[in-house]
Design a protein. Structure first.
Length: 79
């Protein structure tokens, strides 16, 4: 939310409009797909040793990219 002032110096508050319906779901789906793709590309660029350092293997890259909010070891992340 932001506040601006008009020519009479009266404050006007604006709230950004959120897209609803089909286009909102399409936007969220596309954003999630791009994030998964970037995570997959980043992890694929790491060496096997670097992957082991973060506790994963090449075979788990797709799982990690698709389930970013789930820790496969059952540990709670520090977020």
């Amino acid at each position: 939310m932001s506040t601006t002032h008009d020519i009479l110096r009266l404050p006007r508050t604006f709230v950004p409009i959120k897209p609803v319906g089909f286009f909102a779901r399409l936007q969220v789906t596309f954003r999630d797909w791009r994030e998964r793709r970037m995570v997959r590309a980043t992890l694929s660029g790491l060496s096997d040793r670097e992957l082991l350092d973060i506790g994963t293997t090449r075979g788990e890259i797709d799982f990690v990219a698709s389930h970013r909010d789930i820790d496969p070891r059952g540990a709670v992340s520090a977020e």
